[in-house]
Design a protein around this ligand. Sequence first.
Ligand code: C5P
Length: 227
Amino acid sequence: VNKITIAIDGFSSTGKSTIAKLIANKYNYIYVDTGAMYRAVTLYAIDNKLITSDFFNVEELINSLSKISLLFKFNKDLGFAEMYLNNINVEKEIRTLSVSKLVSKVAEISEVRKKLVAEQQQMGKDGGIVMDGRDIGTVVFPEADLKLFMTASADKRATRRYKELIDRGDKVNYDEILFNVQERDRIDSTREDSPLLKSDDAIEFDNSDMGINEQFERICTLIDSKL
Ligand code: C5P
């Protein structure tokens, strides 16, 4: 069978990873959450005191990039891959609000992007992959067979993220989450290198009011038409 490349881009918390996991499961494709990679580099920078809310030693982070190893390991019980930073499972740590608050600053650095994009292209070189992020259809796989672009209202997205964090037992407040979602979108859309934008050939899905099942069915029809 023909194993295609599927690129999913869009604003934060638009349900990209939910859709991507469903696709990967149904078609037996590899799912790569590229946001996890930017988050892991950010965690490294925080742990090594290279970044705080009012300080960022960009040069030192760039010098440290060769010491940062990122690996996805499939967890059978969970049904998806977890992120390992220098051989330590950091899946929980990378999803905290403290990482979310700094990740867009780290993702602006071209040297960081260059390293991660090269690794992403390597993972997807044989097709049979569904990758989500901000620059997948524009930069990582401009030749992808199917490109999706997800949007939803800021309120819907913040509510989704808020529930996720509360369910995990994190103490967060809604306004802080809403601010973070909007602030990340602003930085991600206006940065110089690989800004978040919908490529001309991407199909847009606004899921403010569309349920995940309806959306998934429509996307499967699109995928099936490419196989
Ligand atoms: O997808 P997620 O919300 O986990 O991504 C976290 C952040 O990583 C984004 O807000 C963005 O700054 C950065 N990112 C990126 N390019 C990607 C994926 C994520 O710049 N392909």
